[in-house]
Design a protein around this ligand. Structure first.
Ligand SMILES: NC(=O)c1ccc[n+]([C@@H]2O[C@H](COP(=O)([O-])OP(=O)(O)OC[C@H]3O[C@@H](n4cnc5c(N)ncnc54)[C@H](O)[C@@H]3O)[C@@H](O)[C@H]2O)c1
Length: 247
């Protein structure tokens, strides 16, 4: 068991909540940051039942000043910082011709700028050996076309590039940055769309495993990329998509 310290954004739900629980099971203390404080507190309570110290803080990751302040508070609570997972994100499903610049910017502000500020602030507080995992999507590799569309796909492509740049930029500080690109995963983000059984089956059938992932399956990969076992892995994209995008 380790006693490492981690911050997880988007901890109220889905992949972020599963990541907090998986980190707790590995002996981490965590702070979850989310714009839904009640959900983040529920996750922190569930993690405390697993073991370790867990806390939740309210922030909109698209609000730079708020996120800077809350990241500092999180580090203070933890007494240091070894790991960051940036799971906060939103999807967007307007058709290409109906997508407004305002919607595009809102998606970009959360998915890309929110990820950037979280990485930058984590890097201020991390010693050498610090590890960061961002969350992109197969949409960033494929250009969307499954659930999220143009703004979502473009934002996730940006997360892939941002993560590689952060890996280059922070290597001299001894900080590693990797990215996970999940395929469709059973979370509230896709629950409404997945009610369309025909669409769900059609998307699932594109992948050899022919199914939707469970959040804990994605979280397990994030935990690996945050662990000292991944010490020689940086700038990598771990694609967890049931084989959807292999070539
Ligand atoms: N579910 C999928 O099929 C899937 C596939 C590929 C990638 N992803 C990515 O995984 C990440 C997690 O998504 P999920 O499926 O768990 O979705 P989710 O909706 O269950 O969870 C997202 C969390 O992020 C939080 N959040 C959103 N905007 C925020 C903001 N501005 N500030 C703070 N918190 C904010 C939400 O409150 C929520 O708790 C996202 O980046 C998503 O794009 C999801």
């Amino acid at each position: 068991m380790t006693h490492r310290k981690a911050i997880v954004t988007g901890s109220a739900s889905g992949i972020g909540a599963a990541t907090v629980l998986a980190l707790a099971a590995q002996g981490y203390d965590t702070v979850g940051i989310d714009r839904q404080l009640a959900g983040a507190m529920t996750t922190a309570q569930a993690a405390s039942d697993v073991g370790g110290k867990h806390h939740a803080l309210l922030a909109d990751v698209a609000d730079e000043a708020q996120l800077v302040a809350v990241m500092a508070q999180a580090v203070q609570f933890l007494g240091g910082l070894d790991a960051l997972a940036t799971c906060a994100g939103v999807t967007e499903s307007s058709g290409f011709m109906d997508l407004s610049a305002t919607e595009f910017r809102a998606t970009y502000d959360i998915n890309v700028i929110g990820t950037f500020v979280a990485i930058r602030e984590a890097a201020r507080h991390m010693p050498a050996g610090g590890r960061i995992c961002t969350v992109a999507s197969v949409a960033g590799l494929r250009g969307g076309g499954l659930v999220g569309t143009a703004a979502y796909a473009a934002s996730k492509g940006a997360v892939l590039a941002l993560s590689k740049n952060a890996a280059r930029s922070l290597a001299a500080q001894g900080i590693s940055v990797n990215c996970i690109a999940p395929g469709a995963t059973h979370t509230p983000m896709i629950a409404a769309v997945w009610q369309n059984e025909a669409l769900r089956k059609q998307v699932e059938s594109l992948a050899p495993q022919n199914r939707t992932a469970e959040p804990h399956e994605i979280a397990a990969n994030i935990v690996y990329l945050l662990s000292p076992q991944a010490s020689y892995v940086t700038g990598a994209t771990l694609v967890a998509d049931g084989g959807l995008t292999m070539y």
